[in-house]
Design a protein around this ligand. Structure first.
Ligand SMILES: Cc1cc2nc3c(=O)[nH]c(=O)nc-3n(C[C@H](O)[C@H](O)[C@H](O)COP(=O)(O)OP(=O)(O)OC[C@H]3O[C@@H](n4cnc5c(N)ncnc54)[C@H](O)[C@@H]3O)c2cc1C
Length: 471
């Protein structure tokens, strides 16, 4: 459980059990999907579907920083693309911060929004010049920057509780058409309309917005070749002082932290051990690394969780129309609080035929994106992840056994109450072998981040199917 999960409110929506027709269908009820619905709330015929419950996806596992100091991203954009793109990205993130503040203020959403200083740290000598370059870039763009020992900081950034923000939106959007427990498994295009299979019903839509984090379909778009998945580990522990700041390091793997105050209780949330999801799969060690890095006393830990996000090769999200009236918002590079809001604004502006100055920055056919090196590295790591997940021996607890039935591998986990949980440990998405996550008691796909609970229910896509086995 992440620190935010306990705050998900009681407003819930029915699942879809009939065929419907709508002008706009939004798929996914995370920060991106729900904020898009908010911007389009005056539209007459609009519907949002969520495969589980609103806010239960990646958004519930975030650190909840709202900042433009995102590592040395502007230096990377300057080096890899150009100065103008870096400047426009900075402007887009500052705009996203003001958009989210505006929504929170206008709708009086109580979500522990707090203005804090954001720090960027350079731990290694090789990062000092990058820190200097990021500082100079920010100064050049009229951002006041403070200098510290091997760190810089800015003041106009925020932290919040992402689930309380989504609760606020749920309150406002209660009378819109929202379906929970409604899983879109297939989309086909016929006579200018999209036919979307959901549970055993059909949704016919003129426009579809894919806001489901990792798209469940391969074509069009083929995300696996344009991105990779990064996994990180977080621990929240009780502390006595709120230092009113948040921070991140330049290097990768690095670390990140923030404070969270809820009434009198103060927590520090610490993140470390980030890695490509196809590598370093021993979650126990990864959590221990976080604990060691931040000297966290075991008895103060209140929550421990992992999270994944989609990393694009040029560090810019994809927010665009993929084909006729089908739109996508994904690849937020671990900065989805700002980019999710921005995506909601850009896509709703597109639908309302309004200009948005940031739309060209996130186009899927942008120049500079396709680099031979990154294409091959993604292909290599996808294949490596696939082979590794099937062939190399892994460590498993002795409460887990494998058997074969009619040539099919079945994994059986015996829990503390001696209850047996059987699953087929292969991801239905693209057939990667699943890894047993002993710490969180889930089956995780190292290739594209699908997750399943002990009984094989899919708790995170792109898989649209369960892996349950009634044995
Ligand atoms: C460790 C970590 C820390 C982070 N910290 C920060 C931070 O401090 N600040 C920041 O800006 N960003 C942060 N991020 C990034 C941010 O959390 C994500 O980019 C963002 O939450 C993504 O939001 P989303 O709405 O796109 O996806 P989600 O929240 O995952 O929402 C997508 C929804 O779609 C649903 N869905 C999926 N498939 C289907 C389907 N077939 N049918 C119907 N529904 C479907 C899912 O159930 C889910 O609820 C962090 C990321 C990581 C990994």
């Amino acid at each position: 459980m992440s620190l935010w999960e306990k705050d998900i409110n009681d407003i819930h929506f029915n699942s879809l059990n009939k065929n419907i027709e709508t002008d706009i269908l939004i798929i996914g009820g995370g920060i991106t999907g729900l904020t898009t619905l908010y911007y389009l709330k005056d539209y007459q015929s609009i519907c949002l579907v969520e495969k589980n419950t609103i806010g239960c996806g990646v958004t519930k596992n975030t650190t909840g920083k709202i900042t433009y100091l995102q590592g040395a991203i502007h230096v990377d954009l300057m080096n890899n693309i150009n100065y103008e793109v870096a400047s426009l990205y900075l402007k887009s993130q500052i705009t996203a911060i003001s958009l989210i503040k505006k929504i929170i203020k206008k709708e009086k959403i109580s979500c522990n929004l707090e203005q804090v200083s954001s720090f960027l740290h350079a731990e290694k000598k090789k990062d000092f010049s990058k820190l200097e370059a990021e500082k100079n870039f920010l100064l050049d763009n009229y951002i006041p920057v403070q200098e510290h020992n091997h760190a810089i900081s800015v003041v106009d950034t925020y932290v919040f509780n992402p689930e309380k923000y989504l609760n606020g939106l749920k309150n406002i959007l209660q009378n819109k058409t929202i379906y929970e427990h409604t899983n879109i498994t297939n989309i086909t295009f016929k006579n200018g309309k999209y036919y979307c299979n959901a549970n055993s019903s059909l949704i016919i839509a003129k426009k579809v917005i894919i806001a489901c984090h990792y798209p469940f379909f391969l074509f069009p778009f083929c995300l696996p070749l344009k991105s990779h998945i990064e996994k990180s580990y977080l621990i929240a522990y009780k502390t006595t002082t709120n230092e009113h700041n948040s921070g991140i390091t330049i290097s990768n793997p690095g670390y990140s932290y923030r404070y969270y105050q809820d009434g009198k209780a103060i927590y520090k949330i610490c993140l470390a051990s980030s890695h490509r999801s196809t590598l370093k799969q021993n979650d126990k060690d990864n959590f221990l690394n976080v604990q060691k890095k931040f000297h966290i006393p075991s008895d103060k830990i209140v929550a421990k969780w992992s999270n994944v996000d989609i990393i694009t090769e040029d560090k810019l999200p994809f927010i665009d129309e993929i084909k006729n009236n089908m739109y996508i918002a994904t690849g937020f590079n671990t900065w989805g609080m700002t980019n999710g809001i921005l995506a909601a604004k850009i896509l709703s502006d597109k639908i309302l035929n309004k200009e948005n100055e940031f739309a060209p920055l996130f186009k899927i056919q942008r120049k500079n994106f396709y680099k031979v090196k990154s294409f091959f590295s993604n292909t290599f790591f996808s294949i490596y992840g696939f082979i590794n997940s099937h062939c190399f021996k892994k460590w498993y607890p002795n409460t887990l056994h494998f058997i074969k039935n009619n040539g099919q591998k079945i994994a059986i986990y015996v829990d503390q109450n001696n209850k047996r949980h059987s699953v087929y440990p292969i991801c239905p998405h693209l057939k990667c072998g699943l890894i047993f996550n002993e710490e969180e008691k889930t089956w995780d796909c190292p290739c594209h981040s699908s997750r399943f609970d002990l009984d094989g229910n899919c708790i995170k896509g792109p898989s649209t199917k369960n892996i349950s086995c009634k044995k």
